[in-house]
Design a protein. Sequence first.
Length: 443
Amino acid sequence: VWAFATAGVAAQLLFDAIAAEARNRITEFTAQNMANTVWAFATAGVAAQPLFGAIAAKARNRVSEFNAQNMANTAWAYATAGVAALQLFEAIAAEARKRVTEFNAQDMANTVWAFAKAGVTAQQLFQAIAAEAWNRISEFNAQNMATTVWAFATTGVVALQLFAAIAAEARKRVTELNAQDMANTVWAFATTAIAAQLLFEAIAAEARRRIAEFNAQNIANTVWAFATVGVEAKPLFEMVATEAQRRITEFNAQGMTLMVWAFACIGWTDSSIFQRLGSAIAERRNDLSEEDKSQLYQVALYVRAQWPELDFPLLAELETLRAACTQQLKPRPSHFQQQVSAMLEELGWSHTLEHVTVEGFSLDLAEPESKRAIEVDGPSHYLKEATSGEYVVNGATRFKSRLLRSYGWQVSHVAFFEFDHKSVHERRDLLITKLAQIGVAAA
């Protein structure tokens, strides 16, 4: 079966016959035999659930006999075939993390991809691979790098040092990335809230040149990622605006929502893309999720502020979109918020906690009558710069601030890292400065 799969020769009846025979003789299989068999069936796209079940039951107790490639290929095969085998994956994770130095770049990339694809959490394995991979990143090909960051982002495992190494290496080899690789890479950095300005600039230049190679999902994910990390990349967005309008029928409702939100988020000043996407989205309003509607409400507010006379198609849906947006608001002051609020009261500023404006914005601390507010920003409002580790405001937070200002609000921000681990005197001085930024003199 390995030979037929490697040669790309279809032989359904042969594979079916071997599957029926092999599952009753699994005890005769070596570790290499088992790995090669499941890899071949997955590669050939032949479903063989009973055989995969039999091999999983046997392999999980013999995983110490597997070499690095066997483990990687086995995990890849089960993930590719869509066959759940939690105990086998757990056994592979335990063994692989002890022997991670034996894995080559392809093995590491395939392993993390398989665990992410199968939805199996393996924090310790991922951390072991991150520690090993970052120092060997030059061994990774372009697809390995894109696959690796995608897997870490999908599983929610943060590996700043690894991402920094990949950012530095990938930007030098950006021409080797295909469209899917580029989209997956920027999506992964945005999803894990890691900023990598130089990498994004390199991908923007390459993607703009090769935008025709991007499918609709790639385009939507790419502009969403750029907006989320706050990299405007105007030439890329110009190309996307042209390409998206030309290929509008290829996008689903979610993809169009991601795109129009991205254009609004970076403050795009040409109304035509909003008109075109808005019309197409309105035609598919029944396909929108509540999250889509919440994002579209922000877009509608942006368009209304930017072009008051524009006949934006989604303005007719404004109340429905607003309901979806406000429904997601769950006012629950954090301890950090309460600390800041108490100190501001001591400084003589009376305010409301968790105020919701008439437009539907949720404000942490607000004086509604004068339209003054202070936002208390925790880690979710920031990216971490890959190389320096410094915090950078993310695109969504910048977008909200711009929207608030466009609707007449004066807003200042207190960042968690400005406030934490500071003395009472330092905190008071900080808050006095923040009050001054919105025109309030402390008592």
